[in-house]
Design a protein around this ligand. Structure first.
Ligand SMILES: Cc1cc2nc3c(=O)[nH]c(=O)nc-3n(C[C@H](O)[C@H](O)[C@H](O)COP(=O)(O)OP(=O)(O)OC[C@H]3O[C@@H](n4cnc5c(N)ncnc54)[C@H](O)[C@@H]3O)c2cc1C
Length: 598
């Protein structure tokens, strides 16, 4: 089973009927070896059950069938957390309304089509093989066939097109495949590799093999130190951090190893070490609105759930009971100039970090629980899409490419050279990390997610995640594009696409887009984990969901999905209590009306 997972990923299929037959995607290894033509596009049934010998918090068992009273639940936010909460509640027979301030669903996995037909995404999204909660959700909504499995290798692109790999393809699964990947990686020299192995051998990851919950506790306790601090204290080297771990840390949390908590990194490593497929990457067939959030929305609506787009929650209305306890009485909503008050039995705020801070009533900060949320901050991130008129990650022999270009130029065959390139969609079909550019991770979506991103007659669509995003936030979009795609101007200040792929010289950017998110993931710096709030709050009829809330995973799609499951479980277990509160509130309201009449 492990071997099966390790031998897959390249595709060779026509995207749709009216497009030409084309070659899609190589992994780095495939550029050196004859390609296999295996197609695996779904969540294969032989992927092992992640719940076996794993921390219980990460992979909760299926909830028991709810037997309590039906509840009316209002959810603020149609990101993955809000939608995951909705799916769970609808499956338990409750009534659900989702209110989203934006015109589209999905939150940070949202995407939309612009006026010229381009799919604009909030960011590059990759699915680790340990996303059991998200895969469970995708199976439920019938979207499990929407993921494309990539080669089981993590690819680093260095200056000059040098490829480094953490290659997990090995007939023997965890932990042997991981040990082999780290011992044989060509991303690090022998000395750094040995020190790397030492650090990993001294990590709680080893304990995770026999005692996953014990290891998770140790990992949680390492939240106070940065990954660099922890790694160097165990014998790891600064060079390993620069060449391998910083790009990974940036990809996970948009911050580097000096700033990311050891907990965040080691949570992932412990899964990689203990589960063969945890490090196997998948990407969507196409854009998230079609292949991810779209099917979830359909499932919710088919089950009677309702979406209310452009309806933002302005204020949480609340009151105090005789014993001083707070309860929510409704949500003040607005859509352009329209206003209304929404009432429900339970209210879930499934917002992002800036959203929840804006929404919580100031008085609630008297409670430590709510005040802690203000100690979390979002990390800025900028995502750039660059469409080229050829295949950027093809990694052609540089001398040959130059010669071809020269001949084409001399004989005015430029168009035929371009035509050759465009006929053959080739390059690296996987998530790519780099230590040598301002974007730490990127992918050619025309290869990796071809359904919406491969366009006949056009080339690569690089989607690059600029980290740290801070220096780019104040720049105008055209300046950002210029810096990233830099076709060597004298004042070029960063090493960018061309430096990574010298053989792409001569290709031009034909279209580009920039998406800036001022506060995206919460900053998973040392010491921040204790400030993440539980989904159950001190207010009986008010719950939280969101990837930043407390769950054992990092801020991610999986974390968002898990938070939704946890929120739903809390709501169901409070069913009787919530109905009692509803009745008490109705009686109170009635008596107030009578008193007003008298
Ligand atoms: C560039 C980028 C790349 C990423 N790559 C990956 C990846 O490869 N793999 C991975 O697992 N994760 C990745 N993530 C993280 C992942 O996208 C998030 O962790 C996850 O989507 C968060 O979901 P959420 O529902 O918790 O929050 P959000 O998606 O932020 O949803 C919150 C929603 O609440 C709405 N809202 C807020 N306030 C209100 C209000 N007052 N009224 C109404 N609506 C409101 C917002 O508009 C939003 O739609 C990436 C994130 C970014 C930004």
């Amino acid at each position: 089973m492990a071997a099966a997972a390790a031998t897959t990923a390249s595709l060779c299929f026509p995207v749709n009927g009216n497009r030409t037959h084309f070659r899609v995607g190589f992994s780095a290894n495939q550029l050196r070896r004859p390609r296999r033509l295996t197609v695996r596009s779904d969540l294969d049934s032989d992927v092992s059950d992640m719940r076996v010998n794993a921390p219980k918090g990460l992979f909760p068992p299926e909830p028991e069938h709810y037997k309590g009273p039906k509840l009316k639940v209002a959810i603020i936010g149609a990101g993955l957390a809000g939608m995951s909460t909705a799916v769970e509640l609808l499956d338990q027979g409750h009534e659900v309304d989702i209110y989203e301030s934006r015109p589209f669903i999905g939150g940070k996995v949202g995407s939309f089509v612009d006026k010229r037909g381009n799919h604009i995404e909030m960011g590059l999204h990759v699915f680790f093989g340990c996303y059991n909660n998200l895969f469970r959700l995708l199976k439920k909504v019938g979207a499990d066939k929407n993921l494309l499995v990539k080669d089981h290798t993590h690819t680093f692109v260095n200056k000059g097109g040098e490829i480094g790999e953490l290659d997990f393809r090995f007939p023997i699964g965890a932990p042997i495949h991981g040990m082999r990947a780290f011992l044989t990686t060509n991303q690090l020299g022998t000395y750094d590799k040995a020190r790397n192995a030492l650090a990993l051998a001294l990590s709680p990851v080893v304990r995770a093999l026999v005692d996953p919950d014990g290891a998770m506790q140790i990992i949680r306790d390492l939240d106070n130190v940065s990954f660099s601090e922890w790694f160097m204290s165990k014998g790891g080297t600064r060079k390993s951090i620069q060449r391998m771990w910083d790009p990974v840390a940036y990809a996970l949390g948009f911050i580097d190893c000096d700033n990311i908590s050891a907990r965040c990194m080691l949570t992932i490593f412990s899964l990689f070490a203990t589960k063969t497929e945890a490090s196997l990457l998948r990407m969507l067939k196409g854009s998230p609105d079609v292949y991810l959030s779209g099917p979830i929305k359909k499932y919710i609506m088919d089950k009677g759930g309702r979406f209310h787009l452009r309806w933002g929650c302005r204020e949480i209305l609340y009151d105090r009971s005789a014993d001083g306890g707070i309860y929510v009485t409704g949500l003040a909503m607005s859509k352009a100039t329209q206003k209304k008050t929404v009432k429900a039995d339970a209210y879930v705020a499934a917002c992002d970090v800036p959203g929840i801070k804006r929404l919580l009533p100031q008085n609630w900060r008297e409670s430590q629980f709510f005040d802690n949320i203000y100690k979390l901050v979002g990390v800025p991130v900028v995502t750039v899409q660059l469409r080229y008129n050829g295949w950027v990650t093809e990694l052609r022999d540089l001398e040959r490419a130059r010669l071809e270009n020269l001949i084409c130029f001399a004989f005015k065959f430029i168009n035929s050279e371009m035509a050759r390139q465009l006929r053959q969609a080739t390059g690296l079909d996987n998530l790519l990390y780099t230590p040598d550019a301002d974007f730490s991770c990127f992918a050619d979506l025309a290869l990796a997610s071809p359904e919406d991103y491969y366009l006949e007659g056009q080339g690569s669509l690089l989607q690059c995640v600029l980290t740290p995003g801070d220096p780019y936030m104040p720049l105008p979009n055209d300046e950002i594009i210029k810096r990233v795609s830099k076709q060597y101007e004298a004042n070029a200040c960063v090493i960018q696409v061309l430096t990574l792929f010298p053989s792409s010289q001569g290709l031009e950017v034909t279209w580009s887009s920039v998406v800036k998110i001022g506060q995206s993931l919460y900053r998973e710096g040392p010491g921040k984990d204790p400030f993440r709030p539980d989904q159950k709050t001190p207010i009986n009829n008010f719950f939280l969901a969101g990837s930043y809330t407390k769950q054992d995973y990092i801020d991610s799609m999986e974390g968002a999905t898990l938070s939704g499951r946890q929120a739903s479980a809390y709501i169901c277990s409070a069913g009787e209590e919530l109905v009692a509160l509803r009745k008490a509130l109705a009686a109170n309201e009635e008596s107030q009306q009578v008193a007003a009449l008298v």
